[in-house]
Design a protein around this ligand. Structure first.
Ligand SMILES: Cc1cc2nc3c(=O)[nH]c(=O)nc-3n(C[C@H](O)[C@H](O)[C@H](O)COP(=O)(O)OP(=O)(O)OC[C@H]3O[C@@H](n4cnc5c(N)ncnc54)[C@H](O)[C@@H]3O)c2cc1C
Length: 291
């Protein structure tokens, strides 16, 4: 029989980290992954003294702007990201990834912090955060520490967060002039036979030349990462002269170089190649129209 668990809901981060220091608590944000795991895994709350609900904590559900950065609170929902003028202005790929998540009901409840802390390989906001070089801010009774989001996820469903810490927010540098970004995914609903796979792109274009580019696929590798071989191939080249089909094929090869051949490789290779091809074509069109 399940033992009874305490339920805590506090208003200040300070109170929350104090509770976490003194008790073994499972954190609850929007609950959309939490409830699925609670129902499916018999020992989900084994070893915990209680649940700490983050939804009433002041100040961690806001998007704020400073001179060089945008800070996104961990409790910001996917709906908030989709609607935010700041996110749409500076990080369109992040707004697009949030819009692609679940259903309206899920987007209304589910948070960006929960998406990253759950750390599924297919977490849709993870790729854009890595592409935009976001840092995660964690807090405990010992104070704050920050780390690159690209380092935060160790393995599917495993992160660098300690039991006594809460993910408070993400800070993203404001993109330099000439930055373009986009996100696309092949979902189960659109392509039944194809495993879900996504791609976040951030590129800095100067006079038609690719000055910098981050390409981060989701679900292609155990932990989303920038595809450095393809990026090196593209960097410094004239965007209009890039062969998008060739880049797609190179990306598929880079994926197999990281993961090895798997049962899913025959589906993922063409799917990933298609996403990279489309991403380059979209970039070429966007820069031709607005660059
Ligand atoms: C029907 C359905 C469809 C979905 N579709 C998609 C989809 O298309 N794309 C996608 O990416 N995801 C999808 N999801 C997954 C889910 O909605 C997201 O991962 C969501 O963003 C999780 O956020 P949450 O606030 O609900 O987190 P919770 O479920 O509350 O928490 C998730 C995990 O993170 C931990 N946690 C949460 N917040 C913090 C914090 N601030 N600090 C430390 N730890 C924390 C919790 O302890 C828990 O382990 C779907 C889920 C459902 C049920």
């Amino acid at each position: 029989m399940n033992k009874e668990l305490n339920y805590y809901s506090v208003k200040e981060v300070e109170e929350a980290v104090k509770l976490l220091a003194d008790n073994k608590l499972k954190l609850l944000a929007g609950g959309t992954d939490f409830m699925v795991d609670y129902r499916n895994e018999e020992d989900f709350l084994t070893g915990y003294d209680g649940i700490l609900d983050l939804s009433n904590i002041d100040g961690i559900d806001e998007i704020t702007e400073s001179d060089n950065h945008i800070e996104i609170g961990a409790m910001v929902t996917h709906k908030d990201l989709v609607k935010s003028d700041l996110i749409n202005k500076y990080y369109p790929a992040l707004a697009q990834s949030a819009a692609a998540i679940g259903s309206t009901q899920i987007r209304n409840r589910a948070t960006i912090g929960g998406n990253i802390c759950n750390a599924a390989a297919c977490a849709d906001t993870l790729g854009p955060l890595i592409a935009f070089e976001a840092r995660a801010i964690l807090e405990s009774v010992n104070g704050k520490r920050t780390m690159d989001v690209s380092e935060f996820v160790k393995w599917p469903y495993e992160t660098e967060i300690n039991d006594n810490e809460i993910l408070i927010s993400f800070t993203l540098p404001k993109p330099e002039e000439g930055t373009f970004s986009g996100f696309q995914k092949i979902g189960r609903r659109q392509a039944l036979a194809i495993t879900r796979i996504s791609l976040a792109v951030k590129a800095v274009i100067e006079s038609g030349i690719i000055k910098d580019i981050n390409l981060v696929p989701g679900s292609a590798t155990p932990v989303p990462t920038t595809f450095s071989e393809v990026e090196a191939e593209i960097k410094g080249k004239k965007l209009s002269e890039i062969d998008s089909k060739e880049i797609g094929e190179k990306a598929a090869e880079e994926m197999v170089g990281i993961t090895g051949e798997r049962w899913s490789t025959p589906y993922k290779k063409p799917a990933l190649a298609t996403l990279f091809r489309r991403a380059i074509k979209n970039l070429q069109e966007e820069v031709a129209n607005n660059g």
